[in-house]
Design a protein around this ligand. Structure first.
Ligand SMILES: Cc1ncc(COP(=O)(O)O)c(C=O)c1O
Length: 456
């Protein structure tokens, strides 16, 4: 098998043979919707029914073939049904599906591989089946490791939908709304620096990271009982709109946490394992967290996630009895191990860095040429375009975000909506040709929306 395995199924995409969503898609979705409730906006805005995926191509039940710019939802990062991953899962599906948390040969290999690729002493871990459970376990581990109980998380971060994870996020969001009186006791939120929309800025208008950090100092003194176990945050905001912090933020936050014996918990469920061109996103800023979570792309579509702590906190995982029924089952370990091996052997990180630069060049050019593009940002294949009504006022243009999403999907681009911010997360195997094909579709759709709204 060569690393170009995905190219044959990609030939000619997007290729549409009906209007989209097509008649069969509509019919099946209508039938399914009688029973399936609680769908994401991604589906509600474009109710297509997929039946096959290979590499960067998705095919719907009407025979339309789409170019994938979403990796599902940051999940199938090595492409749909990567042969190495599919083969590894099916081998264990026919041999040993589950044996609780007993050691298996494939788990032993995965643990050693993880310890080898992760920086510093991040080498004490457990596996789970979804990102939320990994985050929950990380919160419990932080309490066990420190003997403290409070948590600080950040505005517009997202960590999952269980009660603990919900308590680390915005409560008014429909999908995390707790229907309770408030977030769980001991959970607090603070703003984090967004360079395009700074809350604290210097006289020259640039973002003032030091003021965020000094605000945290004051916040902890005034709002908590001084018992903060961990600062929990995404390295880059995913749901929040591919928002990257200024380069000095994480080094300063790490120093802040160390001084106060607060653990730094980086939730890399969305950003980690190669999407930004590093195994660990915080490595971009030479910072190693105390606790880290991985998910989504970790098993390239097979449900497997991980919660890892520094060696010195390993005993906390014993204290919280960190194992679970499905976590680390042989199929899951095989998927994760194969995914890591593919990243290493197929030069995935190099591709992400190379094509990521081409994406950024293109997006910067688009920003110059389009009146509704307020900001563009990204590292590797974690990208965002922020749409505004006016570049001076920076007023979010929500309606445009929705229309661009739908228009591009109609043209054969499978991707993710996020209000007024366009989020792109293509499979990491994608080359420059298809990357630019996708950007052509997005640019054309933005142009059409500008025309409809009198900007051209
Ligand atoms: C940063 C982050 N953490 C946790 C989660 C929850 O993961 P899951 O949906 O697998 O439970 C998500 C999901 O989007 C996420 O983006």
């Amino acid at each position: 098998m060569t690393k170009d395995w995905w190219k044959a199924s990609a030939r000619g995409i997007p290729h549409l043979v009906t209007e989209t969503p097509g008649p069969l898609s509509k019919k099946m979705h209508e039938r399914a919707s009688r029973y399936m409730k609680g769908l994401s906006e991604q589906v509600r805005l474009f109710p297509v029914c997929f039946e096959e995926g290979s590499g960067i191509m998705l095919r719907d039940v009407d025979g339309n073939r789409y170019l994938d710019f979403s990796s599902g939802i940051y999940v199938t990062s090595l492409g749909h049904c990567h042969p190495r991953v599919s083969e590894a899962v099916s081998r264990w599906a026919g041999r040993l599906m589950n044996c609780h948390d007993f050691t298996t040969p494939v788990k032993e290999k995965l643990l050693e591989k993880m310890a080898a690729v992760l920086p510093g002493k991040l080498n004490a871990m457990q596996f789970y089946s979804d990102g939320t459970s990994a985050v929950e376990a990380g919160l419990r581990a932080a309490r066990a490791a420190t003997g403290k109980h409070e948590f600080i998380s950040c505005f517009r971060d997202f960590h999952g939908k269980s009660m603990g994870a919900v308590s680390c996020a915005q409560m008014v969001r429909g999908d995390v709304f707790s229907y309770g009186p408030s977030r769980a006791p001991g959970f607090y939120m603070v703003p984090r620096p967004n360079p395009y929309r700074p809350l604290f800025s210097k006289p020259d208008g640039s973002i003032d990271t030091d003021r965020y950090i000094s605000f945290y100092e004051e916040f902890i003194r005034e709002s908590t009982v001084g018992n903060v176990a961990a600062f929990v945050l995404e390295p880059v905001q995913g749901w929040g709109g591919s928002v990257f912090p200024p380069d000095d933020f994480f080094p300063k936050l790490k120093a802040f946490c160390e001084k106060r014996k607060i653990l730094l918990f980086s939730d890399e469920v969305l950003a980690g394992m190669g999407r930004t061109g590093e195994w660990v996103t915080l490595s971009h800023w030479n910072v190693t967290p105390d606790i880290i979570t991985f998910g989504k792309s970790f098993g390239n579509g097979f449900p497997v996630t991980a919660m890892v702590v520094k060696e010195e906190y390993g005993d906390a995982l014993n204290k919280i009895s960190a194992s679970s029924s499905y976590g680390g089952n042989p199929m899951a370990c095989a998927a994760a191990l194969a995914s890591i091996e593919v990243i290493e052997e197929e030069g995935i990180l190099e591709n992400v860095r190379k094509v990521g630069d081409v994406f950024m060049k293109r997006m910067n050019k688009m920003k110059e040429n389009h009146p509704i593009i307020g900001d563009v940002r990204g590292k590797g294949f974690l990208l965002g375009i922020e749409l505004v009504k006016d570049k001076k006022t920076r007023e979010p243009f929500n309606e445009a975000g929705k229309r661009v999403y739908q228009k591009a999907f109609c043209k054969g681009l499978a991707w993710i909506p996020a209000g007024h911010i366009l989020r792109m997360s293509p499979p990491l195997i994608m080359d420059e040709e298809y990357a630019m094909k996708g950007m052509d579709i997005i640019e054309e759709s933005i142009g059409e929306v500008e025309k409809e709204n009198g900007y051209r």
